[in-house]
Design a protein around this ligand. Structure first.
Ligand code: OSB
Ligand code: MG
Length: 368
């Protein structure tokens, strides 16, 4: 595959409402987009690194640096057999998976468009419609949280995830359960607890949550295995699963019963698929996480969610929950059944709004 040029750009997009987790609040996204051109075609990718290195080690600027100095030069310098081969070329780069994953995703979109196939089909996806949940940040009050949940349940979303942290956990979930006894509900701590909190976390067992996501350290497996021994509630790992080896070891020692796969966190489609396959073989269900993506990253998430072992509702939801205006057309919409229909056009299957992206661009650089 012959690449003519790669354009890296940073766009700024304000969120419709601030998103608060145990590690901080996001009000405006600084997103890197990668555009690959060659063989008469093009492809788009999104880097999912945040504005701060608080979710994982990366941020928008480290991703720009790694792409500019290492990943893009390497891809332009060496022959590329296929999109599937790109991950191997990034092997030498340690970590920085969101940076290389954004470029890798663009190569997959490019290849799928050249083949005239939907990206979902191109990666081996089978679902034609995906089940959707929402992730609701920490709110100023429990009343505010309940209001948000009412809205999302009325919209048809199949499950609700709330963010928890010490001081915003048991009492909050108790109130949610009072009003929504049958709701498919889960809680994400983003590493806000330690094993010393195990008795406290055990209190959550009585709310029959679908799962508790990433309660302990971002780089831990062993303490999660110890905690899972104590809990009825399944643990789902997010931050701790960076590589196929992490997934294999987590499953082997019983650190979780469910895995959240994020395209950026694991470094793109080839690696995401390997983790998916390993989980499928071990009968560990997976779902697709989100990183407050623009329409481009959202479209990649939809494609990823079509792989057969994505059986639980993910954090992939409608564009309008995040943006007054998205960068794709049509915007991502959710049916009244709480599903997204997978688009059938080539590649991402959405039109990328070049002019809109131009308006949002804060910096750009083209490499040939
Ligand atoms: O832990 O899943 C997470 C957003 C930013 C960083 C980490 C997480 C999240 C979300 C939001 O939960 C998912 C989304 O709606 O995109
Ligand atoms: Mg999470």
């Amino acid at each position: 595959m012959k690449i003519d040029q790669i354009t890296l750009r940073e766009i700024h997009m304000p969120l419709v409402s601030p998103f608060e987790t145990s590690f901080g609040t996001t009000t405006r996204r600084r997103i890197l987009l990668v555009e690959v051109r060659g063989e008469g075609g093009f492809g788009w990718g999104e880097v999912t690194a945040g504005e701060t290195p608080f979710y994982n080690e990366e941020d928008t600027d480290t991703a720009w640096h790694i792409l500019r100095e290492f990943a893009i030069p390497k891809i332009l310098r060496e022959p590329l057999a296929s999109a599937a081969a790109a991950a191997g070329q990034f092997e030498q780069i340690r970590g920085h998976r969101m940076a290389t994953g954004g470029l890798e995703a663009a190569l997959w979109d490019w290849e799928a468009r050249l083949a005239g196939r939907p990206l979902a089909v191109h990666i081996g996806g089978t679902h034609r419609e995906i089940p959707c949940g929402v992730s609701i940040g920490i709110q100023p009050s429990v009343e505010d949280l309940l209001t948000k949940i009412r809205t999302e349940v009325a919209a048809g979303y199949q499950r609700v995830k709330i963010k928890i942290k010490p001081g915003w956990d048991v009492a909050v979930i108790e109130r949610v359960r009072e009003e929504f006894p049958a709701l498919r509900l889960m809680a994400d701590a983003n590493s806000a607890y330690t094993l010393a909190d195990r008795a406290h976390l055990k209190l959550l067992d009585r709310f029959y949550l679908m799962m508790m996501e990433q309660p302990l350290a971002h780089d831990d497996l062993l303490d999660h295995a110890r905690l899972q021994q104590d809990l009825e509630t399944p643990i789902c790992l997010d931050e701790s699963i960076r590589t196929l080896r992490d997934a294999e070891q987590a499953i082997e020692i019983g650190a979780c019963r469910i895995i959240n796969i994020k395209l950026g966190r694991v470094g793109g489609f080839t690696r995401a698929r390997a983790i998916h396959d390993c989980c499928q073989a071990a009968r560990v269900p997976v779902w697709c996480g989100g990183m407050l993506e623009s329409g481009i990253g959202r479209a990649h998430n939809i494609a990823l969610s079509t792989l057969p072992n994505f059986v639980l509702p993910g954090d992939v939801s409608a564009s309008r929950r995040y943006w007054t205006q998205d960068v794709i057309r049509p915007e991502v919409e959710v049916t009244s059944q709480g599903t997204i229909r997978v688009p059938e056009g080539p590649g991402l299957g959405y039109e990328v709004l070049q002019e809109r992206i131009e308006q949002l661009t804060a910096r750009r650089e083209t490499f040939a």
